[in-house]
Ligand binder design. Structure first.
Ligand SMILES: C[S@@+](CC[C@H](N)C(=O)[O-])C[C@H]1O[C@@H](n2cnc3c(N)ncnc32)[C@H](O)[C@@H]1O
Length: 182
C-alpha cells in the first residue's frame, strides 16, 4: 500500500479534523502487514467534517469509501450485525479529564477521559455483535489504556488478542492490537 495522497486536505480542515499522525500511520502499517486487499470500506466518524474529508481522500486515491457520520457504530446497527469482516478503530485514546470527552469537535480526536478508555469502552460491547465468525478487530492503544485489561474484557466474549506492531512516538508507546475469535 502506498501512503495515501492527502494533499487535498488544507490547514483550514485541520482546525476541525485530526491531522494524520504517528498513530494513523502505525495503523496503516499494521493493516498492510496483515491484509492483501481492501476493496470496499465503510468507516465511521462522529465528526461530519472528518467524514467529508475521508470521502475526498478515498476519491483522490481511487478507493471506494462510504463514510458514515455516527456515534461509534450506532448507524451500522443492527443491519451489519455478524457481517463485519474487518473492524478498525483509531480511537481518542489520550488520558484526559472526563469532561473533555467530546461529541464531535476537534477534541473528539484525542480526548479519551479516564485511562483514555471512555470511548474505547463504549465500543467494546459491540465488537462481538458486529464481527462475522472470521471477523477481526484492529485498534490503536497506548499503554495507559491498559491493553491487558482490554484483552480480559474481550476474552470473556471468546476473543484472542495479539499485538500486531508497537512503536514509541515521543512520550507515547503505541500498539495496534488485533482481536479474533479463538
Ligand atoms: C485519533 S483520531 C483518528 C483519525 C483517523 N481515523 C486516523 O486514523 O488518522 C480519532 C477519531 O475518532 C473520532 N471519534 C471520536 N469519538 C467518536 C465517536 N464516539 N464515534 C465515532 N467517531 C469518534 C474523532 O472525530 C477522530 O476523527
Amino acid at each position: 500500500m502506498t501512503t495515501p495522497d492527502i494533499s487535498h486536505i488544507t490547514g483550514d480542515d485541520y482546525a476541525f479534523i485530526y491531522e494524520p499522525a504517528e498513530d494513523s500511520f502505525l495503523l496503516l502499517d499494521a493493516i498492510e502487514s496483515e491484509l492483501k486487499f481492501l476493496h470496499e470500506l465503510r468507516c465511521t466518524d462522529i465528526n461530519p467534517r472528518a467524514s467529508l474529508v475521508t470521502k475526498a481522500t478515498g476519491d483522490k486515491n481511487g478507493v471506494n469509501l462510504q463514510p458514515v457520520t455516527t456515534d461509534l457504530v450506532s448507524g451500522l446497527l443492527p443491519r451489519l450485525n455478524g457481517q463485519v469482516d474487518v473492524l478498525v478503530f483509531n480511537p481518542p485514546y489520550v488520558v484526559t479529564p472526563s469532561d473533555e470527552v467530546s461529541n464531535g469537535g476537534i477534541e473528539a480526536s484525542w480526548a479519551g477521559g479516564t485511562n483514555g478508555r471512555e470511548v474505547i469502552d463504549r465500543l467494546l460491547p459491540f465488537v462481538p455483535q458486529l464481527l462475522s465468525d472470521s471477523g477481526v478487530f484492529y485498534m490503536v492503544v497506548i499503554k495507559e489504556n491498559k491493553p491487558k485489561d482490554i484483552q480480559d474484557i474481550l476474552s470473556k466474549s471468546g476473543f484472542h488478542m495479539t499485538v500486531v506492531i508497537n512503536r514509541r512516538s515521543g512520550p507515547e508507546f503505541l500498539s495496534v492490537l488485533k482481536f479474533s475469535r479463538t
